[in-house]
Write a protein that binds this ligand. Sequence first.
Ligand code: 4AD
Ligand code: MG
Length: 462
Amino acid sequence: MKRIKIIDLFRPEHLGKEVCVMGWVRTRRGNKHVQFVALNDGSTVKNVQIVFDMAQFTDEQLKPITTGSAIKVDGLLVESMGKGQSVEIQARTLEVFGTADPESYPLQKKGHTLEFLREKAHLRPRTNTFGAILRVRSALAFAIHKFFQERGFFYLNTPLITASDCEGAGAMFQVTTLDLNNLPKNEEGKVDYSADFFGKPTALTVSGQLEGELGATALGAIYTFGPTFRAENSNTPRHLSEFWMIEPEVAFFDITDNMDLAEDFIKYCIKYALDNCRDDIDFLAEHYDNELVERLKFVLDNEFVRLSYTEGVKILEESKHKFEFPVYWGADLQSEHERYLVEEHFKKPVILTDYPKEIKAFYMKLNEDNKTVRAMDVLFPKIGEIIGGSEREENFDKLSARIEELDIPMKDMWWYLDTRRFGTVPHAGFGLGFERLVLFVTGMTNIRDVIPFPRTPNNAEF
Ligand code: 4AD
Ligand code: MG
């Protein structure tokens, strides 16, 4: 008999028919007359109940059915009398694929802490919580492609290994095939990278933006969606060393177009998840965050507040709130500042624009005041910065001057500057941290819990 996924069992056409299901046992309980098994196959957060009439099965047959074991059951799908489920399967045949010794299988009881499950990241996808999170994550990835494809954006694949540092933060993972115990040296006694695999120093990319701009100034509108890497030693609930970023880049866009796109985009993704992952979101809301659905709907129903960094800093300076980090014009805003604006002051998502040029990357378009750049950060409740973007400096002279000012090696940037030399156009784009979006939509509080196998300082297990 052909296997039916548990999510499809709940459709009316299977009722009263013989079905075949395969999955992992969550629990078994019962007495000597009847045994109940809750089975999950990952297709939905819902388990299906399987009823074993012990007049037809022996204790010996059911003995291997412990939490975590994998089985196949054929039987009749009937309406359930019991509480908590609409249908159940009256088992006719049982096959055990794999047992899970109760002495050693770690996921015995319900309600393991998220910290405990992080240590068991190889098995945590089998819990209801991580099943739900991973399904929401998958749906959001699909929504992102759908949003851009429906709007005529092209998916551009930018390199993961690069010789340029887009954000200029200097926190990159070096890529080399040199023997670290026996490094070739040049006359000055420095490492001779001409002997390295690419003939020069390379690293994992922190952002696909620079190459994204090459795509946008040819195809008009592109987006990237791939892994990015940051070697910053920030052990926070919002930072990963390896995270996924979505970076749209659009020719002929100014910062207002960019803000409109960012707001539409993020609302689209949230709505998609609410429309398509309701069981999973409801499960997460029930177990972790009672206000989750309300918060998601609230974002959909409200226009984001748009204000300048200067106005934002003024509000922060005038507030009575005690911040851990000082706030003044020119300071890089901390998560506590961002969240104060969003959660306490406006009680709405906020797009902050026109930051001081000193605290933003070299490629951002300089404003007429010569002090601020056309940057935009989208700030979200519980998250802080979820999107960072800007209108780009399209003027060749201004951009080269900025590159020189910041001591960025010009020889590495010639290809980027060529976009400003040949047919330069106004353009803009932004980057959405995928895991920060998944955090927001699932109501989780630690970014390590929304990516299957997190990479953070001192942690590259699994
Ligand atoms: O603000 P960031 O550094 O901007 C860029 O990389 C630009 N090149 C984007 C662009 O304009 N095309 O990063 C963008 C977003 C942040 O807003 C945040 O959501 C996320 O990426 N992010 C991280 N997420 C997880 N862990 C980290 N260490 C992150 N660093 C940034
Ligand atoms: Mg940023």
